[in-house]
Write a protein of this length. Structure first.
Length: 186
């Protein structure tokens, strides 16, 4: 049961965003820029969503990890199971060595920003990470710590069936975050 009166039937971040529409637009705009607008050949939308999902999973935020995991799965191709493998053991997941080093940075940010080490940055650079990749990884991880705490701090609910996230993932992957581009509500 949520800690405050939220609209019924709206899972995860959707309930608080409906409750507080004045904060919805900037929060969705931040997600849009971090996960879609800044995507490039160097750090793709799928990889960005995986960083968000991985950070959320490590924060025990079921809604955000499953939602953004569904986006990443859709973008990587559902048959690849990249997200599930990364959640279990990023070191052996079928992702690039560069992305593995960026996930290590995201994990350190999740614990606390001062836990990111020069060695982690050097490792990421050795694997081809650019300054933009490192910057965006740190910002994605930091932002998702905030999103996770928003969702779980209000005790929102998350669907238990992973299939419930499939359509959500497809919509976010193809249409973006509501209120930032021509989209329909989540």
């Amino acid at each position: 049961m949520p800690h405050i009166s939220l609209p019924e039937g709206l899972p995860g971040i959707v309930g608080p965003m409906t409750y507080s529409p004045e904060t919805t637009k900037p929060l969705n705009a931040l997600a849009e820029v971090l996960l879609r607008t800044n995507a490039s050949d160097s750090l793709t939308q799928a990889e960005r969503e995986l960083i968000a999902s991985y950070t959320s999973r490590r924060n025990d935020c079921n809604f955000c990890s499953n939602c953004h995991g569904a986006v990443a799965d859709y973008l990587f191709g559902l048959e690849n199971k990249v997200v599930a493998q990364t959640w279990i053991e990023p070191g052996t997941a079928p992702i690039s060595a560069k992305l593995k080093t960026l996930l290590a940075i995201a994990e350190s940010v999740r614990i606390g920003g001062q836990y990111v080490t020069p060695e982690q940055i050097d490792d990421a650079r050795e694997q081809g990470a650019t300054d933009r990749d490192i910057h965006d990884t740190v910002l994605i991880a930091a932002a998702f710590c905030m999103f996770n705490r928003y969702v779980d701090g209000l005790a929102t609910w998350a669907p238990e069936d992973p299939a419930a996230y499939t359509e959500m993932g497809k919509m976010l992957a193809t249409q973006g975050y509501p209120g930032t581009v021509a989209t329909q509500p989540v």
